[in-house]
Design a protein around this ligand. Structure first.
Ligand code: AHM
Ligand code: MG
Length: 346
């Protein structure tokens, strides 16, 4: 079997994501089936989103929300569609106390008629959706926390505003040349590739480890003039011939779709950055729906995730639902290099 790199183990058995989750739950003890039930519901939502994303070029569902389809019904934008699918797949299973989505201004309560569970789900239903028209990979990102308010009551903002190190699971689906689901429940990172002919996500990337270092940087360099001098100096430095290895300058890879940029970084190594700048003083990406889940995955794969100012992203205590944060994630040595510039250069 050809592997994307030598950091991913060969998988010889056919293992569905559902079976993998159940086995992991058993191996780590305390399995009630609740958590595997939650991820099963979420996997179903992801399959439905995949189906619509893969049809996006065929049917006229792109563009503004007031387009009408052939039946004269109002057509939804794909990110709103994805948001609705996740809500409808997750609201009645009895696993969740409350949800929060990048698409909703307020948190999303579980409807009155359904039981309230012990978990909290934060998600970005379709990240990078501005790229859909160009067939660029986009994705769904999710983060699962344990509730902190009393069992069986309605979940509150307090359940959602927890630091990332409290996550019990996180993952993303990437809708690309193939569709993959990558997740961690705190015991390593596993990747599953969707086989549309059987309708299942099958384990393809067992126990993913990010390379220690790679000469790749990934950032929107169009923001250069708005960055701090320290950030500019780091970027100037990666473009110089490096004293070690093959002496080459770093390669730039930037897709502009976080799921795709982080996925590549996870498999090939390097660093993905979205720093603060003079216009966006707290960066662009959201802590709860983007930074925390990706940081959990990157750390579980042996990487690092910081805000570029010496702070581990997973330690940040959120104060707002849509809080943004500067972000530096990737191979541990690459992140250290960035930190060295950002914390010591004037
Ligand atoms: P979105 O949540 O509105 O899709 O925005 C998030 C996206 C990320 O996927 C990506 O990393 C970033 O925005 C790209 O931003 P920019 O266009 O400024 O480079
Ligand atoms: Mg997003």
């Amino acid at each position: 079997m050809t592997l994307p790199n030598d950091h991913v183990e060969v998988v010889s058995k056919v293992i569905t994501i559902e079976r993998h989750i159940i086995e992991q739950e058993r191996a780590t003890g305390g399995a009630t089936g609740d958590f595997s039930g939650l991820l099963r519901d979420l996997t179903l939502a992801i399959k439905i989103i995949y189906r619509e994303v893969s049809r996006a070029g065929l049917v006229d569902i792109l563009g503004s929300t007031d387009l009408r389809n052939i039946q004269g019904e109002i057509v939804q934008k794909l990110d709103e569609f994805a948001n609705g699918v996740i809500f409808r797949a997750m609201d009645h299973g009895g696993h969740l106390a409350v949800m929060a989505s990048e698409e909703n201004d307020e948190f999303i309560p579980i409807p009155e008629e359904y039981p309230k569970g012990k978990y909290v789900l934060c998600f970005d239903p379709l990240d990078g959706s501005s790229n859909i028209d160009a067939n660029v990979s986009i994705g769904t990102i999710f983060s699962v926390l344990r509730r902190v308010t009393p069992a069986e009551t309605d979940g509150t903002l307090e359940d959602i505003l927890q630091p990332g190190y409290k996550q019990v699971a996180a993952g993303y689906a990437i809708y690309g040349s193939s569709t993959m689901l990558v997740y961690t429940a705190g015991h390593g990172v596993y990747g599953f590739t969707y086989d549309p002919s059987v309708g299942e996500f099958l384990l393809s990337h067992n126990d993913i480890h990010i390379p220690d270092h790679k000469g790749i940087y990934s950032v929107n360099e169009g923001n250069y003039s708005k960055w701090s001098p320290a950030m500019q100096q780091y970027i100037d430095w990666v473009k110089q011939e490096q004293p070690e290895a093959d002496k080459k300058a770093y390669s730039l890879r930037y897709i502009g779709s976080m799921v795709a940029d982080v996925h590549r970084t996870l498999l090939y190594g390097g660093v993905f950055l979205y720093p603060a700048d003079i216009k966006s003083k707290r960066g662009k990406l959201r802590l709860l729906y983007e930074a925390n889940p990706m940081s959990f995955i990157i750390e579980q794969a042996g990487g690092k995730a910081t805000d570029g100012r010496g702070n581990r992203l997973l330690d940040i205590v959120p104060t707002e639902l849509h809080q943004r944060t500067p972000l530096v994630v990737g191979s541990p040595k690459n992140v250290d290099e960035v930190e060295r510039f950002l914390t010591t250069t004037k």
